[in-house]
Write a protein that binds this ligand. Structure first.
Ligand code: GAL
Ligand code: CA
Length: 329
């Protein structure tokens, strides 16, 4: 009986090598790694650049050994929708997730879910609290220090002031308008704070004329600026936008009112760089979507490989002015 089994095994082996159905890696094909990416909403210029780059970077790494299957979801700025999308990734046994939360207060719920399913996760762009990050070791955060972007905006304003291009009414005070991003986002509060802090640190007095939320949105940025113009008109000496889309909206409103006022943004999106070239935007700050996309993906794959990571990783901002904008186009 034993001899018969050995014989069968031998025959199977020989047949196998003839028909080619042995299991060397070449013949079973590359292994598939399923990467789920949840974006807070697709209708956002900076996050669109970011997600496009993550996908390109991942698929660019496809090889004979591995195929990255990437699925990206649009949270439509609604946490309930995004949570459902993450539940789906978990139900479909995704290997690793990259999450741009809609609402930071949902972080602990999401972390408990991915932890229960043992799916390593990288948070991006919106930073969960330090306490939330302690809930599991297979999570990390990739972002950029919002304080620095604010400080660079302040530096741009100071340079314009020192060049004599700001104090229209000659009262020695910088009268400004601030267009803020979404309340839930650390970038909005920090850019608002640090831009003005920098101006004041250089000994320039400031007067806040108007400060409202445009929620990162170009149309809202235009509407809020139009409202500021209706109220303060020529008193406005500079407009700070927490991002480029709102800054570009502000430029539209100023043009419609026949006003020329320095406007400063953040992100260095393609339309913003064009606006610098056209002389409409005074400056911006590179929010490095390519650098952040690569770091997030690298960290996701490191977590998947079982590496122990830090709780946060930072990609630097770069100040962009009419002198150097071409380097970023
Ligand atoms: C910011 C960026 C904004 C917007 C926001 C989305 O970092 O400057 O333009 O994309 O993230 O959360
Ligand atoms: Ca003034």
């Amino acid at each position: 009986m034993k001899k018969l089994l050995v014989l069968f095994a031998l025959i199977a082996l020989v047949l196998g090598s003839f028909t080619g159905c042995s299991s060397t890696p070449e013949e079973t094909g590359p292994k598939t790694v399923k990467v789920g990416i949840a974006i807070y909403k697709f209708d956002d210029t900076f996050m669109t650049n970011y997600r496009t780059e993550m996908e390109a970077y991942l698929t660019g790494m496809n090889s004979d050994e591995v195929t990255y299957e990437v699925s990206i979801t649009d949270g439509k700025n609604d946490q309930a929708t995004q949570t459902e999308q993450i539940d789906n990734f978990i139900a479909q046994a995704y290997d690793v997730l990259i999450v741009n939360l809609v609402d930071l207060t949902a972080a602990s719920t999401i972390i408990e879910k991915v932890k229960a399913a043992d799916i390593p996760t990288v948070f991006i762009n919106r930073q969960p609290s330090a306490d939330d990050m302690k809930l599991w070791d297979k999570i990390t955060y990739v972002g950029a220090k919002a304080e620095d972007s604010g400080t660079y905006q302040g530096e741009i304003a100071v340079d314009l002031w020192n060049a004599g291009g700001v104090d229209k009414n000659g009262d020695g005070v910088m009268q400004y308008v601030m267009l803020m991003g979404q309340e839930i986002h650390q970038d909005a509060a920090l850019r608002t704070e640090y831009s003005i802090k920098k101006v004041e640190a250089e000994g320039i007095k400031v007067e806040k004329l108007f400060e409202e939320r445009g929620n990162w949105d170009r149309v809202l940025g235009q509407e809020k600026t139009a409202a500021a113009i209706a109220q303060f008109g020529d008193k406005i000496e500079v407009v700070f936008g927490n991002n480029d889309d709102m800054a570009l909206g502000a430029i539209e409103a100023l043009k419609a009112a026949g006003m020329v006022v320095p406007v400063i943004g953040v992100d260095a999106t393609a339309p913003a760089l064009d606006a610098i070239a056209a002389g409409d935007l005074s400056g911006t700050v590179l929010n490095d979507s390519v650098g952040q996309a690569h770091t997030s993906v690298d960290k996701a794959l490191a977590l998947l490989a079982g590496e122990t990571l830090e709780k946060e990783y930072w990609v630097p901002y770069v100040k962009v002015t009419p002198e150097n904008y071409k380097d970023f186009q």
